[in-house]
Design a protein around this ligand. Sequence first.
Ligand code: COA
Length: 264
Amino acid sequence: MEDALMQPAVLVERRGGTLLLTLNRPDRLNALSLELVQAFEAALTAAADDGSWRVCLLAAAGDKGFCAGADLKERATMSEEQVRQFVPRLQALASQLSSLDRPTIALVQGAALGGGLELALACDLRIAAEEATLGLTEVQLGIIPGAGGTQRLTRLVGVAKAKELIFMARRLTGAEAVAEGVANAVVPRAALLETGLAWAERIALGAPLAIVAAKRAIDEGAALPLAEGLAVERACYAPLVETTDRVEALNAFREKRLPRFEGR
Ligand code: COA
């Protein structure tokens, strides 16, 4: 490991029921080197296998960068063949993140450019710090977003807005990202983690199986014609009818107390 005195490239912590993954290459603005990508792939594989967390926060070490995208210094040393192989790996990494079955929230401070924003776009929600810089700036480097950005940004903000942002390589502040629909909320940098943890706690008030089913229904239905999306919704709803948690919620309502969900 070249960086940060042999620190792991991705830190994995628990805060109660929240899994906190932190990109940890701050001296390179958490740029996506091969080493960071390998560490993130391993952390996501472990996260997918660990059924004990409710919400995953994706954070980044340092104040200047969430993730400055591809490691441009490493990229300059790669052959065309190596680049050809590495880019689909970044796309697969973003897909690995987006396919986690429980909610994910990116906490974006500093620069989230290129692949950095693409990772944030692969999360369900994004909270940005006021001074963050978010942009898919690849055309300025002679390439296009290759880790899902052309597809996920378009699904998020629509065709014309995605074209505007990508063609012009626009760099949005946190507040602009909220105005354009790219981020869900903007907060002062000092409140970023605290806000993410509070959102995670709020989400964790919902019944665990219901949250998973809601994420699946939204994600699987989003690109489908309405009738097919409604069929996905029915399929995601049906197993919840038999759950203990559904009955518990009805009992709690009758007894005027908070439900105690057990995820079954
Ligand atoms: N790959 C590799 N190293 C990177 C990097 C990247 N994508 N982005 C930043 N760094 C390095 C810088 O080279 C610098 O290291 P050095 O001092 O050893 O040269 C260090 O991280 C800090 O970056 P610096 O440019 O000094 O910070 P800044 O606050 O002045 O600027 C950015 C921040 C993000 C605006 C600027 O670094 C930048 O434009 N980076 C490239 C972003 C990019 O185009 N990414 C790819 C998108 S496809």
